[in-house]
Design a protein around this ligand. Structure first.
Ligand SMILES: NC(=O)N[C@@H](CC(=O)O)C(=O)O
Ligand SMILES: [Zn+2]
Ligand SMILES: [Zn+2]
Length: 444
């Protein structure tokens, strides 16, 4: 029996139609009713929603340098169990991903492990120091084929450097992903600035610190004629700026995280650092504006900003804790809860905001027409009727800093197929040796 022959029966496609899906040698070879193939691994897709393989444009894999938090392997496994088949790995590693050597290393680790496609993001500035451009051209031209550049974790605050970076990536259709945070306005900031930060005695991170950088950068992108992407939008005001920019035809795209679609600053009352994140959780009005903007296309995509941290950086006082939440294993469930079950979007939209559009922003091939004969087999099967108590046992990366522990979340990933082989079957990760072997066979 070839492990690369898979038959999914009676699954529901994003457009609502039902079909069997036959996968052979990495490709969808047949779609239709009552398909059969001797020796195929069969998955009963009855009641399952098929989605194109999810693509995360914003993942922190932490390797090299912070392997106690996450590695390419552990983060890839967390991604696969979350329904992802590709992740874009942020550059704030040690060493920083600012040279061809580092991005090639991360890329090939992803290939060897084989759970997902790992696409390294290159730093915009050397060492994320914000003073000198990184080896942008060398990273783009490397085997890793970097298309997305970001100093995420830090803002490219210098307007001239930002302009030069936009000019540079324009030459090869790359994109700058900006972490929009005016540094002087957010020194020492701990949570959203407002009445609650005053009440809790925590220094505030004002919405204007995000909005001012977005406004500046859409104007710069317009001036240069380059593509700009905004990471983790968190305020209603940011939505207004993006709406304005898009109405003017500016080539800007924007992402929102699952947590900013669901959670509010009220959670800071607990002083539990699991709820400490950058940008901070905001007000309910912001959550509502972000949901509306995602539904109407002002916000293009959902990205996890999966940010694993070791226990000691989270089991401490709020002020001392690291910013960040893990998100790969819960992203699809949170999008279902906030957006689908609330009636704001349907599954075809989920496919768009979690797969097709992030792939297009990252210029990742193979995702434009996912359920077609001849398409590369990258998809995930979800049981939307499942309910799960979200607990540490559901987390497959190294980080347990999830804001959803103890909550009931809808939906469960039953199977994930990457490059034509299963990385998740019956809701469980396929073992690392089998996946690595299948990846080797697929590469040929
Ligand atoms: N989101 C976070 O709170 N933290 C991220 C950095 C970032 O995304 O800005 C991290 O690297 O831990
Ligand atoms: Zn960021
Ligand atoms: Zn991030």
């Amino acid at each position: 029996m070839s492990p690369t022959t898979l038959l999914i029966t009676a699954a529901t496609l994003p457009d609502g139609s039902h079909t069997d899906i036959l996968v052979e040698h990495g490709t969808i070879t047949e779609l239709g009713a009552r398909l059969s193939r001797a020796g195929a691994t069969t998955v009963d897709g009855d009641g399952l929603q098929a989605l194109p393989g999810l693509v995360d444009l914003h993942t922190h894999l932490r390797e090299p340098g912070f392997e106690q938090s996450e590695t390419v392997l552990t983060g890839s496994r967390a991604a696969a169990i979350g329904g992802f088949t590709a992740v874009h790995a942020m550059a704030n590693t040690s060493p920083v991903a600012d040279t061809a050597g580092v991005v090639e290393q991360v890329h090939s680790l992803g290939e060897q492990h084989g759970y997902v496609t790992v696409r390294p993001i290159g730093a915009v500035t050397m060492g994320l120091a914000g003073t000198q451009l990184s080896e942008i051209g060398a990273m783009a031209g490397s085997r890793a084929g970097v298309t997305v550049f970001s100093d995420d974790g830090k803002c490219v605050a210098d307007a001239l450097l930002m302009r030069r970076a936009l000019e540079y990536v324009k030459t090869f259709d790359g994109v700058i992903a900006q972490h929009a945070q005016e540094p002087r306005l957010t020194e020492g900031a701990q949570m959203n600035e407002g009445a609650l930060s005053g009440e809790l005695g925590l220094r505030g991170w004002p919405a204007v610190a995000e909005e001012a950088i977005i406004a500046r950068d859409v104007l710069l992108a317009h001036h240069v004629g380059a593509r700009l992407h905004i990471c983790h939008l968190s305020t209603a005001g940011s939505v207004e700026v993006i709406r304005w920019a898009k109405a003017r035809g500016i080539a800007v795209t924007a992402e929102v995280t699952p947590h900013h679609l669901l959670l509010t600053e009220e959670l800071a009352r607990s002083y539990d650092p699991r709820f400490k994140v950058n940008p901070p959780l905001r007000r309910d009005e912001d959550v509502q504006a972000l949901r509306t903007a995602l539904a109407d296309g002002t916000i293009d995509i959902v990205a996890t900003d999966h940010a694993p941290h070791p226990m000691e950086s989270k089991e401490c006082a709020w002020d001392e804790a690291s910013f960040g939440m893990v998100g790969l294993e819960s992203a699809l469930s949170v999008v279902q809860l906030a957006m689908v079950d609330s009636g704001l979007i349907g599954w075809a939209d989920v496919a768009r905001v979690l797969s097709t559009t992030p792939a297009r922003i990252g210029r990742l091939a193979g995702y434009s027409d996912p359920f077609a004969v001849g398409a590369p087999a990258q998809f995930t099967l979800v049981d939307p009727s499942a309910r799960r108590e979200f607990a540490v046992g559901q987390l497959h990366g190294k980080g347990v800093n999830s804001p959803y522990l103890g909550r009931t979340l809808p939906g469960r990933v039953v199977a994930t197929v990457h490059d034509g082989y299963a990385t998740v079957l019956d809701g469980e990760l396929v073992d690392a040796a089998t996946v690595a072997q299948n990846a080797r066979v697929h590469r040929g």
